[in-house]
Design a protein around this ligand. Structure first.
Ligand code: SAM
Length: 300
């Protein structure tokens, strides 16, 4: 357990999808005045370097955010992002005020940036090093009681904050899925959340990989939403075909993450229309082969 470090993956295509959806969702929720409780069950370290060892070793940001930020090829027109994608790029740019591409904000900092004074943010991170880094990063904001970091199991820890006093909440659940039980813990937690506070907005990120638990997760979340009579939205982004290869030594090599999805319960009613052009552009800009595609479904 705990070999996962988000620093290797920060700014990859999955973060582009997840953080674009997150920003569009929170921006919409923040349009209404009553306070929001924002919960991040798996927060990570909060801030990442795009020019550091982790990002350079994995090369994942190079195939994600850095592709969106790349200057146009000679003779090509400048990239004109759809509004939801532009909001995401503006968010990343706000952490790189001198114009570079060095810092990548994780979900805690993206969420914090969009809070109003009366909103509250609760962050959960279990990894000993990352939770320490997260606490140190958050301390620099001097946000006082507005942001709280817990070195606790996020699946369990959020229960004490639901229902929130203001009766408005956004929860992001973004586990590493390092252990198989994460999949069942996600559905169990969302089922409990809907019992504790049925009108919250719940957003779950998951990897699309060839394993039955990953395949079943969105189906199970859809069933939970439908049984509770709640609306849902499901967005996926595929950047390449998932193919196992064998190296010279005969070792089977897994490809990097080919695709991922975001499943939301009680999404903003504006989200589907906002995401459609943004997803199309993600496919165009981040797609690595002819299998690149996106899907966008909703119901309820
Ligand atoms: N949400 C972050 C973002 O978008 O920037 C990335 C989070 S990363 C995918 C998942 C994190 O969950 C890792 O930092 C891992 O250490 C942490 N983690 C794993 N199990 C946990 C648990 N049960 N409760 C809280 N954090 C956990």
């Amino acid at each position: 357990m705990f070999s996962y470090r988000h620093a290797f993956h920060a700014g990859n295509h999955a973060d582009v999808l997840k953080h674009t959806v997150l920003i569009a969702t929170l921006k919409y929720l923040a349009e209404k005045d009553p306070a929001l409780a924002v919960l991040d069950t798996h927060a990570g370290a909060g801030l990442y370097r795009l020019d550091g060892d982790y990002a350079e070793t994995s090369g994942e940001a190079a195939n994600g955010i850095l592709k969106l930020l790349a200057a146009p090829e000679p003779g090509q027109p400048p990239f004109q992002p759809a509004p939801a994608l532009q909001d995401y790029l503006d968010m990343v740019a706000s952490f790189n005020k001198s114009g570079g591409k060095k810092v990548y904000p994780g979900s805690p900092f993206i969420l914090q940036q969009l809070l109003r004074d009366h909103d509250r943010l609760k962050l959960f991170e279990l990894h000993p090093t990352d939770s320490k880094t997260l606490s140190a990063n958050i301390a620099q904001l001097e946000a006082g009681r507005q942001v709280a970091v817990f070195r606790e199991d996020g699946f369990e820890g959020i229960r004490k904050f639901l229902p929130p006093p203001s009766r408005r909440a956004l929860l992001l659940c973004d586990p590493s899925y390092e252990i198989k039980s994460d999949y069942s813990r996600v559905t169990e937690m969302i089922g409990n959340c809907l019992k504790l506070f049925a009108t919250g907005t719940y957003a779950v990120w998951y990897p699309i990989i060839p394993r039955p638990e990953a395949h079943d997760l969105p189906r199970k979340l859809k069933t939970l939403a439908t049984k509770a009579g709640k609306s849902w939205l499901h967005a996926t982004l595929t950047v390449k075909f998932s193919k196992l290869t064998t190296d010279a030594a005969g070792e089977v090599k897994r490809p990097g993450l080919p695709a991922s999805g975001m499943f939301l319960i009680n999404p903003p009613h504006t989200l589907k229309a906002a995401l459609k052009p943004a997803l199309e552009q993600m496919v165009e800009r981040l797609g690595q082969d002819k299998h690149a595609t996106s899907t966008l479904d909703s119901g309820g």
